[in-house]
Every structure is written in structure tokens, then in C-alpha cells.
Design a protein around this ligand. Structure first.
Ligand code: NAD
Length: 323
């Protein structure tokens, strides 16, 4: 399924997630929520793009597809994208790869992030999150030097793994977690301490970077957090928008997820520019996430509102302004 939330600023761009859902309702809920987040992600980043998302729902009894089934399912998704006639542009997301995008591209031209274009968005998302962590640290601790910080990274996948490597290079004291025990190898290589995901989330650290799936900031976890700030890649970190106010009440600065993790889509947007893709231009654009986040924190402080409300304010103003 593909959801188009907004085309007010341009075609609705958003990755295709392949994931197991208990029923179709859960998958529809996810795709709609994710597509809305993409609208705000692109608008706040100032991109000439709308918000959309794709979900390929796997049944719990068929969570791993045979190569033939996977190919067929991806082709079907490609047909769905094609039917939307360019109002939705797809890309990779959790559970899909660059290779999967090549299969989808056999059925539609509305595919981004191919090796022949801007490629894998994950390193760019990691770069954007790294910038976001520095700006968040600057705001909370008065210095963006991450060598002084203890940071928990939850989810060591394409983004979280790279982010943890960058933070290790900065000299940050790292606590890392993943449900996949094979990721312990990375933890050892970068000299990070390993923990289970809940322990890492609620550890007494300076900052937490959620880089797995959404919903990690909820009624159960927010009261237990012992960090001063949260900034990471995972989409839809808040189980509910109200958790943003709860975080603020607890004195925890939350950098809105759709701002921190915009690096991938910013990189893709460079591919759609008339000059074509350039990694140098992409790097400059992704690093501008720092300026956007500073603007959000300033707007929030001046208006005595939360960073999420400030980000929505900026996003709504952009959605009303023609590109
Ligand atoms: P990925 O599938 O490569 O990695 C996810 C990692 O999280 C895996 O290692 C997985 O084992 C782990 N994980 C799953 N459930 C977990 C749990 N409950 N606790 C701890 N670890 C768990 O995905 P990714 O591309 O790195 O994306 C991570 C997050 O960032 C997702 O929410 C995704 O939507 C978001 N995001 C990714 C990009 C991108 O460019 N890849 C862009 C924007 C947002």
C-alpha cells in the first residue's frame, strides 16, 4: 500500500517499509502516520516535496519471503506506485534495500535512491543525526563537543550503526543496544558498552539516540528516562504527540525525530534537482539540519512551546507558502 498525505509542496516522497503487522488495520495506521510525518519532515527541511509512504505488509506466518515471493511482492508494489502517476515517489526504508528498489524500478520510474542516483540514504541520515546530537548537546550542556558526553544508541542498523561509529570517533562514552545479538560485534569494535534496549533507554546518560522503531517514548518509558536529551533517527518516537509535553515537564529536551532524521530525504532531494546529484551539495544541505534545529529550539524557547510544537509551526507555515 502507498499513502499520499500531501502534495502541497511537491510530489509525496517517502520510503517503502517491509514489516510484519498483526493485521491490515495496523499497517494502514502505520502508513498514514508515517506519510504525515514525511509531509512535515520535508516542509521543515524546506524541500520542494510532499509527504508519502509505502508499506509492504508481511503476515506473521510469512515474515520471511522466499526470493521469488519477495520479487513478486516488490513488483506489485511497483505497479501500485506507477498507478499513482508520480504523485508518490518511493525509496528504501526499514526492511527494504537498494536492490529491492531496483526490482521496483522494473515497474515504475517513480523510484529514488537507486545506486545510479543518490544511492543508500542511511549514511546521510546518520550524518544528519550526528549534527542534531551536537546541536542538542550545545543547547543542553553549552558545548557541542560530544567527547564530553555519554550517549545511548538504541538500534544499530543502517543508521544507528553508522551513528554509533561516528560518536565513537568523537570520543563519546557509548552505551548501545539492539534486539539483534549479532550487533554486539560492532559494539566491541567501537569500544561501546552493550545493554538490552530498555536498559539503554532508561540509563543514566546525557543523551539517548533512538535508532530502531517508533513508539519508544510512551507512558511507560518517559517517566523512567534518566537522560537530559533525546535525539535520534527512529521515526515516530513519540507514542503520542502528548509525550512531547511530558518530556518537557521532566526537563528532557527532545529534538523532533522528523528533523533529526531528514538527512536521507535531503540527500534524495538533491537527486531531483535540475543539476542532478552531487554528494558535495548533499553534504552541505544535510548539515543545514543543525540550523533548522537551532531555529526550532529558539522558536520553542521564545514562544514557551515545545520543540515539536515549534517544528509543526514552521512546517505549517511552509505548507501554506508556495514553493
Ligand atoms: P535498520 O532496519 O537498518 O535498523 C534497525 C535496527 O534496529 C536493526 O539492527 C534492528 O535489529 C534494531 N531493532 C529493531 N527493533 C528493536 C528494538 N525494539 N530495540 C532495539 N533495536 C531494535 O533500519 P534503519 O534504516 O537504520 O532505520 C532506523 C530507524 O530510522 C527507523 O525508524 C527508520 O524509519 C528511521 N529512518 C531511517 C532512515 C534511513 O535513511 N535509513 C531515514 C529516516 C528515518
Amino acid at each position: 500500500m502507498a499513502a499520499v498525505h500531501s502534495t502541497a509542496r511537491g510530489p509525496a516522497l517517502g520510503g517503502c517499509r517491509m514489516w510484519t503487522y498483526d493485521d491490515a488495520r495496523a499497517a494502514v495506521y502505520d502508513v498514514l502516520r508515517l506519510s504525515r510525518a514525511m509531509t512535515f519532515k520535508s516542509a521543515v527541511a524546506g524541500l520542494p516535496l510532499g509527504g508519502g509512504k509505502g508499506v509492504i505488509m508481511l503476515r506473521p506466518d510469512e515474515a520471511v519471503l522466499t526470493p521469488e515471493r519477495r520479487e513478486a511482492v516488490l513488483q506489485d508494489f511497483g505497479d501500485t506506485v506507477e498507478m499513482l502517476g508520480g504523485s508518490y515517489l518511493t525509496a528504501e526504508d526499514v526492511g527494504t534495500s537498494e536492490r529491492d528498489m531496483e526490482v521496483i524500478a522494473t515497474r515504475t520510474q517513480h523510484v529514488t535512491g537507486l545506486a545510479s542516483g543518490s544511492g543508500d540514504p542511511s549514511p546521510w541520515t546518520a550524518l544528519g543525526c550526528h549534527v542534531a546530537l551536537r546541536v542538542t548537546a550545545e543547547r543542553v550542556f553549552g558545548s557541542d563537543d560530544l567527547s564530553e558526553r555519554s550517549i545511548a544508541v538504541i538500534g544499530l542498523g543502517s543508521v544507528g550503526g553508522r551513528l554509533a561509529e561516528m560518536l565513537a570517533k568523537d570520543g563519546a562514552k557509548l552505551l548501545v543496544a539492539d534486539v539483534d545479538q549479532r550487533k554486539r560485534e560492532l559494539a566491541e569494535r567501537i569500544g561501546a558498552q552493550w545493554a538490552d534496549p530498555m536498559t539503554a533507554l532508561t540509563a543514566e546518560v546525557d543523551m539517548v539516540a533512538p535508532c530502531a522503531l517508533g513508539g519508544v517514548l510512551n507512558d511507560e518509558t518517559v517517566p523512567k528516562l534518566r537522560c537530559r536529551a533525546v535525539a535520534g533517527a527512529a521515526n515516530n518516537q513519540l507514542a503520542d504527540d502528548a509525550h512531547d509535553a511530558q518530556l518537557a515537564q521532566r526537563g528532557i529536551l527532545w529534538a523532533p525525530d522528523f528533523v533529526c532524521n531528514a538527512g536521507g530525504i535531503i540527500n534524495i532531494s538533491v537527486e531531483l534537482e535540475p543539476e542532478g546529484y552531487s554528494p558535495e551539495r548533499a553534504k552541505t544541505r544535510v548539515q543545514a539540519i543543525g540550523d533548522t534545529l537551532r531555529q526550532i529550539f529558539d522558536t520553542a524557547a521564545q514562544g514557551r512551546i515545545t520543540p515539536l510544537q515549534a517544528a509543526y509551526e514552521i512546517g505549517r507555515a511552509r505548507l501554506e507558502t508556495p514553493v
